[in-house]
Write a protein that binds this ligand. Structure first.
Ligand SMILES: *Cc1c(COP(=O)(O)O)cnc(C)c1O
Length: 432
């Protein structure tokens, strides 16, 4: 009988040889570590340090304040938003970069409730969604926060399995807008939607299990009930096609330091669908979202377009590091990334099954491709300890409490040989 380890190593070699994205790996700073944590902090693209050095030494050091114009600092949030747009299926002019994901969740969710109540545009209901007509109790008053559901829209539904920060912020946004918060598993959302639901905050992929949620279906369900759909793309942007425009998503947020490799704490982004921009009423209006930021006027008047999502002075150093990092996507098709991601996770699961004695790990990752993000989550006893030993042996994933080993597969720089080695080392650790 042939040795499965030998067979799978040969197979990995063959898969790497026919991988069209394999050339991308050389564009990153990597060593012989198997890096399966790009869903937490993406690796450094090799050209970024030099670009950041130029921003610091020349743009800041020599041009100083002239750089706000001459180096394009002032318009960076929209410009870089337009670089991210094709990766998430958005036409230009709908994304701004800035602030953290947490802060953008707040802006998006409060603005969604205001939009659902018809605020910010003279109290007219949104003509964009047919389902809006059925709202009960509209009285045409302005959309002040804290009203007790006079519009009949006094509920926010939040993904109960969400990354904690989204849940904390949803709770505060609900309190601030006089909504009740209903935490539900995404699959339970359609049945729970009603004429009282203002907004739904969902994750495109579950950060713990890697389960991919049905963005088109859940968005359509929210719309049918007259509610707005807000999506968190932290675990899918840069890993698979999102199709924001195609699926009529209202608002979306995401971070840039995971699959987009923007660097630690790089700024997040906010998508506001074009038809909603006129009525997008930010709960954090700052001088950067003012129609005339340098008019220094006492009253706020919102700028046009996506830049209503800006707040204050952008974090230029991080933002321009991100802009440089996005160069690695030039000429890359997100469909090709998705195909490789699925092939990698399939292959890793196959290696785990072949190498790890039955019963020692349990995959939480959905078998069906349509339900799988770009990571594999394995439940395992003593997962914290096991991950510590994996890292010592050069296989870097992460541990999520209480018992999950999480392996992120970033198709731009992870190889099939990496997947095979990770499974082999895991089996050796679990057998010992
Ligand atoms: C990574 C992640 C965040 C991170 O939020 P920050 O404000 O950048 O700390 C938020 N939500 C989800 C779903 C995430 O995966």
């Amino acid at each position: 009988m042939s040795d499965p380890r030998f067979d799978l190593r040969v197979r990995a070699k063959a898969l790497d040889a026919e991988d069209g994205l394999a050339v991308k790996r050389a564009e990153f700073v990597l060593d012989d570590t198997v890096y399966l944590d790009g869903n937490s902090l993406g690796a450094l693209p090799a050209h970024v340090p030099e670009r950041v050095a130029d921003v610091v030494s020349r743009q800041w050091g020599r041009l100083r304040i002239r750089s706000w114009d001459e180096s394009g600092w002032w318009t960076a949030p929209e410009r870089i938003g337009d670089r991210i747009a094709p990766l998430v299926g958005a036409a230009p002019g709908q994304i701004v970069v800035g602030d953290s994901t947490s802060v953008n969740v707040f802006k998006a969710l409060v603005a969604a409730v205001r939009l659902a109540r018809g605020a910010g545009g003279g109290g007219e209901p949104d003509a964009g969604h047919g389902g809006r007509d059925g709202r009960d109790g509209r009285d045409g008053r302005d959309g002040r926060d804290g009203r007790d559901g006079r519009d009949g829209r006094d509920e926010i539904i939040v993904d109960a399995t969400t990354f904690p920060t989204d849940g904390y912020i949803a709770e505060s946004a609900a309190r601030l807008t006089g909504c009740r918060l209903t935490p539900l598993a995404p699959a339970e959302v359609p049945a729970a939607l009603s004429s009282r639901t203002a907004a739904v905050l969902l994750n495109h992929a579950d950060y713990r299990t890697g389960r991919l949620h049905d963005l088109p279906g859940l968005t359509a369900a929210a719309h049918a009930a007259g509610a707005l759909a807000v999506w968190d793309l932290c675990h899918t942007a840069g890993a698979l096609p999102v199709g924001l425009d195609e699926h009529g998503v209202d608002l979306a947020v995401g971070c840039t330091y995971k699959y987009l490799n923007g660097g630690p704490g790089s700024p997040a982004y906010l998508y506001v669908r074009e038809e909603l921009q006129d009525r997008f009423d930010s709960p954090l209006p700052g001088w950067n979202s003012h129609a005339e930021p340098f008019g220094m006027r006492p009253g706020f008047e919102a700028a046009d377009g996506a830049l209503r999502g800006r707040v204050g002075t952008p974090d230029i150093l991080s933002m321009l590091a991100l802009e440089a990092a996005l160069d690695v996507w030039d000429g890359v098709s997100v469909d090709a990334v998705r195909a490789k991601s699925l092939a990698l996770t399939d292959f890793f699961l196959r290696c785990v099954e072949a190498y790890v004695p039955t019963g020692l790990v349990e995959s939480l990752t959905p078998e069906a491709h349509a339900e799988r993000g770009s990571q594999v989550a394995l439940r395992c006893e003593g997962a914290g300890d096991v991950m510590g030993r994996l890292i010592e042996r050069g296989v870097v994933g992460d541990f999520r409490a209480p018992d999950v080993l999480r392996f992120g597969f970033t198709p731009l720089y992870v190889s099939f040989a990496d997947a095979e080695r990770a499974a082999r080392v895991l089996a050796e650790i679990l057998e010992s």
